[in-house]
Design a protein around this ligand. Structure first.
Ligand SMILES: [Zn+2]
Length: 247
């Protein structure tokens, strides 16, 4: 069911060979390409899509502007299809600088989630969004004031430096349902009940989540975390924005 979604199996895959199966010029003028396999991450789960290029058999490159997924089909929106044909074997190359920043930010959200849950009784993350050079998360933590941010930031940096491994596992639904806290939201629970095989991302010893994103192999790669904004959006929702010194 995850066939052809190479990024789910190897977050560090920067280029790959694939066969073009469909080129579709839509009514809106968008040009979409479907391939039998891809390492391009499609927008989803709070993580922006990859960009990059498709290198055609004649050596020319076409830019991949954005990538989206619908019903398990991944659509690559490209700049100019001239010379590209269905059946072509192409080389996909993702913009690694952009992707690696997303991986770092995404993994940082997981680590903060784990710390909040473990150390601050009853508090939990309710959402997050990754941007190119920063990310934000929402946390249900009524007591969290601006004055507490330096401590949370220090805790996050300490844990990151401890070098926790991040593991990706594929687990049958019935096994996955026995793991506590795997699905954190209502749509997450519904998804868990639908999937035959569940992809689980674990920060070793700290946290497990059902997750389709791309992550680091180790928290050491994150670099220093800096909180840059705090906003109280009501008693139960505090929004924090952060960046990383390494991106
Ligand atoms: Zn994730």
């Amino acid at each position: 069911m995850y066939e052809g979604m190479l990024y789910l199996f190897d977050s560090y895959l920067k280029s790959f060979d694939a066969t073009v199966t469909v080129i579709d010029s839509g009514v809106s003028g968008d040009i979409k390409v479907i391939m039998d396999r891809t390492a391009f991450y499609p927008t989803g789960g709070g993580q922006p899509c990859d960009t990059g290029v498709i290198v055609m058999p004649n050596g020319k490159s076409i830019r991949v502007l954005r990538v989206e997924k619908a019903d398990d089909v991944i659509f690559h929106y490209i700049e100019n299809p001239a010379g590209l044909a269905s059946g072509d074997v192409i080389r996909g190359e993702i913009d690694w600088k952009r992707r690696y920043a997303h991986m770092k930010l995404h993994t940082t959200v997981h680590l903060i989630d784990a710390i909040v849950k473990r150390k601050h009784n009853g508090a939990f993350l309710t959402g997050g969004q990754i941007y190119d050079n920063r990310a934000r998360f929402d946390v249900d933590w009524p007591e969290l004031g601006r004055d507490m941010l330096p401590e949370l930031e220090a805790e996050t940096n300490q844990e990151a430096l401890m070098g926790h491994a991040i593991l990706v596992k594929f687990v049958k639904r019935e096994e996955a349902k026995k793991i506590e806290g795997l699905a954190r939201t209502k749509p997450g629970e519904e998804l868990l009940n639908r999937l035959e095989v569940v992809r689980i991302v674990e920060i070793e010893g700290l946290d497990q989540q059902m997750d389709g994103g791309t992550h680091l192999n180790n928290t050491k790669e994150m670099g220093e975390v800096k909180f840059i904004n705090y906003e109280s959006k009501g008693k139960h929702n505090k929004r924090i924005e952060f960046t990383l010194a390494s991106i």
